[in-house]
Design a protein around this ligand. Structure first.
Ligand SMILES: [Zn+2]
Length: 88
């Protein structure tokens, strides 16, 4: 059996399988991307995509702290879009 890779959500510290989390990447050029493939190069942070957790991340700037950059409303909207796709 293949070992599952686990990562920790920056918002609520829940440990989950990597493929259940949403990966946010800060690319070398400083651009923030929502990484649906899980393969983009750059500094990554994972969030679980639960609505409560997403609100917390936004309010407390936890994602910004994790990636050490400012995150625009547009990026949060993109994350929210991915959550909706996932039925959250
Ligand atoms: Zn979380």
């Amino acid at each position: 059996m293949k070992k599952k890779v686990q990562r920790i959500c920056v918002g609520c510290s829940a440990k989950k399988d990597k493929n259940e989390l949403i990966r946010i990447v800060k690319q070398k050029d400083g651009i923030i991307r929502v990484d649906k493939t899980g393969k983009l190069p750059g500094r990554g942070a994972y969030i679980c995509g639960e609505v409560d957790c997403f609100n917390k991340i936004k309010r407390t700037h936890k994602l910004e702290n994790a990636l050490e950059t400012k995150i625009s409303e547009h990026v949060y909207e993109e994350i929210r879009g991915v959550m909706i796709e996932q039925g959250k």
